[in-house]
Design a protein around this ligand. Sequence first.
Ligand code: HEC
Length: 464
Amino acid sequence: MLPILLTTVLPAAGQRMKVDEIYGKYCAACHGAKFEGGQGGSLVDGVWKHGSSDAEIFRSIAKGNIPMGMTPWEGILTDEQIRSLVIFLREKEKETRVAGMEFPVPSPDTVTKTELHNYRIETLVKDGLERPWAIAFLPDGRKLVTERPGRLRIVGKEGKIDPQPVKGLPEIVEHGQGGLMEVALHPDYQNNGWVYLGFADGEREPKARVITAVVRGRIKGHQWSDQEWIYRPDEKFRAVAGVHFGTRFVFDQGYIYFVIGERGGMMESQDLSRPSGKIFRLHDDGRVPEDNPFVKNPDAIPGIWSYGHRNPQGLVLDPRDGAIYSTEHGPRGGDELNLILPGRNYGWPVITYGMNYNGTPMVAITEKEGMQQPLVHWTPSVAVCGLDVVTGGQFPNWKHDLLSGGLAQQEVRRIRIANGKVTQQEIILKNIGRVRDVACGPDGLIYVLLNSPDRVVRLMPADG
Ligand code: HEC
């Protein structure tokens, strides 16, 4: 006999119900409209009687506990819906905790205290930059700062912006989240003068169609010159979507690593014949290394180093062991920190710890054989952007820690990694703007690029 009764009580168009509606309809009666508890316990006090991992909370909801009065929801709700309830409860738990918690919110002239260092914040550039995206440090103390609308600016030692942007850049299309993004100097810049740029390349008319590309060139006075393409995806890969461009560069032993986000094309991340949703490795002049993981696959783009990415916007090399780490935006929930290894699949969009932005479920699974797990994942989303490693210098107790920026959560998070595992996380700066980039300067100070308000600030060590 088919369980006809059960199927007929399934909610109509249930899959399209948003997670807050599911909660309101099926859970609020016992757990409270504000999750505060009632007949069932509070779901936001951080106390989980039956286990606090995602898998255990999933199990609590799916299997229920009939003698104690908790309905088993499997068969009534789908796995995807239960999975999105777990994410939703995580968001609510975090919101409740944050509301009652103090973070180091720095203000000028006051000392901000954190676990291992105290700092003062200094505003280097207050006005005159529009959507600063990335910073590079010239040997003479000046800085190069990209502005997303397409300008490359030179900022003097004391923070004065050269009124004249660099002229003659390649054509850059500002479109949605894309525009001029990354800038970095070749490690041997002193001798070869190469500056690398990552930007949205393509056409504006009749409709913007773009994808991330990488060039290098030299800056002579205010003139961009000697330009060479490092990677320019074929025109057929340009997309109208305004999202998920990735970029960010790392140089190591003659190679450049860079990111192209999935450009809204989700499944393209799993397709090795397309550049979107990939991390690349090329020689620093754009040639394909012969030992790249997919060079022998005739269908694959040979520059690909790893795949299954959504939108990584942080990339860094750990000088202790050469490990490459990346932070990647999840959808709603499920931001990730990954250790990037050659040829590996990072799972998007087959597995994720997040759900759709509108609260509908995405997928039920967070793990799958053959797909990498993140070192950590964050729900609710931090909107991770910008990543660097502390070189030491002015902040010796943070040496080798990663600093990860966040747009939505407006934070800089310090992450300690030991033996390939995250052993510590601390929010060291909060709520002074959307953090687009974090970079340790050659002076040992920590530079933070903010959007809304658009600023460059730096952290200076301070006593007491
Ligand atoms: C009829 C009342 C009732 C409804 C409806 C209900 N719950 Fe529960 N829930 C309970 C009770 C009672 C418990 C405590 C069970 C126990 O002590 O083992 C519980 C426990 C839980 C737990 C485990 C908490 C812990 O501390 O480990 C979770 C998670 C949970 N419920 C989520 C939900 C979700 C999500 C929904 C909606 C899909 C829901 N519940 C609907 C009564 C309910």
